[in-house]
Design a protein around this ligand. Structure first.
Ligand SMILES: [Cu+2]
Length: 133
């Protein structure tokens, strides 16, 4: 005498459950990107300006928090061009009164120079965005 096992296949039911989880995960994955764009919009309010004049960046050293937009404005009578040391970013040739801006989302130290006058150098220190309290 032996007990007769009667396994009922439930794969169809499990398939439906995991299918629903998959859809939920996809929907949830969309949420961080929406939140991130909101953060960017909020950070856009912060800006720092670097003046280019007399063959120098002023101030040459700038410390900002992540999300800050840096604006270089050429007030010199010469054409200058902002170039990050490792080609992370670069401006077009900036004529008098032209400006270039870049938003720094990632903390770190960014060294840059003028690719037309390489002795013109500057540094941007980007600190992590401060958490309130
Ligand atoms: Cu220059």
């Amino acid at each position: 005498m032996s007990a007769t096992a009667n396994p009922i296949p439930r794969r169809v039911r499990f398939g439906l459950i995991f299918g629903a989880i998959g859809v939920t995960a996809l929907l949830a994955a969309e949420l961080p990107s929406l939140g991130a764009s909101g953060v960017v919009a909020d950070a856009a309010a912060r800006a720092a300006t670097i003046k280019i004049d007399n063959f120098a960046f002023a101030p040459a050293d700038v410390t900002i928090t992540a999300g800050t937009t840096v604006i270089w404005k050429n007030e010199d009578g010469e054409v200058h061009r902002v170039q990050e040391d490792h080609n992370g970013f670069s401006s077009a040739a900036l004529d008098t009164d032209d400006s270039f801006s870049r938003t720094f989302a990632t903390p770190g130290v960014y060294h840059y120079f003028c690719s037309i006058h390489p002795y013109m150098v500057g540094k941007i220190v980007v600190n992590p965005a401060a958490k309130s309290n």
